[in-house]
Design a binder for this molecule. Structure first.
Ligand code: PEP
Length: 250
């Protein structure tokens, strides 16, 4: 039995004031959510602040990115995995489509970051997903396979016991367009089948989140699908009530 996992990706949003009130909302209401693993991923500079203010013991904290280099050194502007671990992060989002599209992160770089996170004992939330153009031109499965293969090649299939996958169709992120539950389920099943061909036990256990305009009113139907094990939530995770309503639906 896979335990649902919902994570909030706060992206580059917030200030001390807004984050204090968001965390207060989470503290007040998080106990209403049971049997769901929950995480929030604030901007790196606020991780410590969130850790200091978060009293809800059923929500853990993650980061949104790490450097490819495993150790500290002359890498101006970067944050190492050891640093986010030092701050108490359990998870790190890797390969988000915004990192791929805006910052040009390649499959090879994402695979390297996955390796570095695993070596440090921080669980990667590995994002994969196709653009609308890729979906419409019929190469969706090929794109997702390539993204996964790059990581499998570097860390091996057994490492997926310690990896969370987030399927995030790029066309559904922050656009208000959600994949229908059937569309999402089809891709989740494709991902699980692909992994099962390499290791059935790992494929059965791996958590595959859906991400892309998940809101309180569409979450339950998405999470009811057989291969959808929770979600990676952007916009709606900036509101404590909405985020927890989504978590409850998982
Ligand atoms: C995301 O950025 O991971 C995401 C799913 O965003 P949104 O929920 O806003 O579409």
């Amino acid at each position: 039995m896979r335990k649902p996992f919902v994570a909030g990706n706060w992206k580059m949003h917030g200030s001390k004031t807004s984050i204090e009130s968001l965390v207060k909302g989470l503290n007040e209401q998080a106990s209403q959510v049971q049997n769901v693993d929950m995480a929030v991923c604030p901007p790196a500079v606020y991780i410590d602040f969130v850790k200091a203010n978060l009293t809800a013991d059923n929500i853990v904290v993650g980061a949104q990115n790490i450097a490819e280099e495993p150790v500290q050194g002359a890498f101006t502007g970067e944050t190492s995995v050891e640093m986010i671990k030092d701050l108490g992060c359990d998870y790190v989002i890797l390969g988000h489509s915004e990192r791929r599209a805006i910052y040009g992160e390649t499959d090879a770089q994402i695979a390297q970051k996955t390796k570095v996170a695993l070596a440090a004992g921080v669980t990667p939330i590995l994002c994969v997903g196709e653009t609308l153009e890729e979906r419409e031109s019929g190469v969706m499965e090929k794109v997702i396979s390539t993204q996964l293969d790059a990581v499998i090649k570097v860390v091996g299939i057994n490492a997926f016991e310690q990896i969370v996958i987030a399927y995030e169709p790029v066309w559904a992120i922050g656009t208000g367009k959600t994949a229908s539950p059937a569309q999402a389920q089809e891709v989740h099943a494709f991902i699980r089948d692909k992994l099962a061909r390499l290791n059935r036990a790992v494929a059965e256990e791996v958590i595959i989140q859906y991400g892309g305009s998940v809101k309180p009113d569409n979450a339950a139907e998405l999470f009811a699908q057989a291969d959808i094990d929770g979600g990676l939530i952007g916009g709606a995770s900036l509101n404590a009530e909405d985020f927890l309503a989504i978590c409850k639906a998982a």
